[in-house]
Design a protein around this ligand. Sequence first.
Ligand code: ADP
Length: 447
Amino acid sequence: MFQKILIANRGEIALRVLRACKELGIQTVVVHSTADADAMHVRLADESVCIGPPPSRDSYLNIHQIVAACEITGADAVHPGYGFLSENAKFADILAAHNITFIGPSGDHIRIMGDKIEAKRTAKRLGIPVVPGSDGAVTDEKEARRIAADIGYPVIIKASAGGGGRGMKVALTEADLEIALQTARTEAGAAFGDDAVYIEKYLQKPRHIEVQVFGDGFGRGVHFGERDCSLQRRHQKVWEEAPSPALNAEERARIGGICANAIADLGYSGAGTIEFLYENGEFYFIEMNTRLQVEHPVTEAITGIDLVHEQIRVASGGGLSVKQEDIKFNGHAIECRINAEDPRNFTPSPGTITHFHTPGGLGIRVDSGVYSGYKIPPYYDSLIGKLIVHGRNRVECMMRLRRALDEFVVDGIKTTLPLFRDLVGNADIANGDYDIHWLEKYLAKED
Ligand code: ADP
């Protein structure tokens, strides 16, 4: 087991990882920018190292500084959290070259899954169902027209290097194709420095369902069931739940089994998420994330298993603490992402939190790094906390969620809490009857 883990992240996830390390009796080092000197993870860690000024590229993305911080403090492993360097293959390689363990998969696996075209090819080879579309990058318009006609309109053009919903354009008919192709390539080039794009059938009313997987480092793979993250705004998840209201036990076991086998075949090590669109009873792979997800707590709630403990165990060579048959699903969990944003137009609302009171009681978990008097720096993403609620079934979970949202107080800034108070009273949400476009339509109506 590791002696000392350096946490290369900030905010709620840095605290989340720190908690797991403490429970396992592992010393912690955190790194932080000058803007985060007062952050909770810095206060609670055994050691902290300031690695640079506020902009992420000079601090949380500065590989040299982070490696130097490992060497100075004698950390033998790095947990990257999510975002920042968590899916940076070069970072994983550099750490390996310094004999520091990256708590995550190999650089090669990150590289395969980070290229969406390569990822899709790999998924297909491993027997994972994929969205019909081009086999690889599409360069000229003639080829694009032929493929689109073949799979049928509408189609979506997606950036191979994509992420965060950028570089995606929908063409409803052939008339839109040329402009969609051009815009997607320009956007992809500007955002990722790589203008390769590919074409997929555009699914009209899918749900976003993702499977939590783990490779144990010894060639075995398991799944921890699915999460339904269909409630999105601008391709960003807002509300996540497990299990999905749309799946039955047979479908869950089938897709879970496919994913677990694929992970085993790949020889993958650590946590991963295989994301699908789900429509009319069919799953269509869209991408795999090679890291811990923001929404991992809903899986922890229904399985009772600490996924960060498992990540640390696997990275240290100790394997998983559970086998597939030990992973049981119990009840229902929902997570609300609480952002420092105006709940109507979603503009960021940084500033000082004058009062912060979190709900409590049975089945309630709040993962947050903020506190009363905390000043939210304007440099990073706007997530200030996650409310995760668990109940014996979805009805009980929703009752508890409504109560917890009533108790939650964040004063001094605007937050997305009012949005969740509206959603929890909505009939479609109560019935679990929504797809990936539901939230955007709902927000457009409310305006
Ligand atoms: P990113 O890595 O940029 O987040 P994804 O491939 O994960 O890109 O897609 C993000 C979101 O875009 C999905 O959750 C879904 O809402 C939408 N999307 C992606 N591919 C399709 C498709 N083929 N049909 C319909 N919607 C899609």
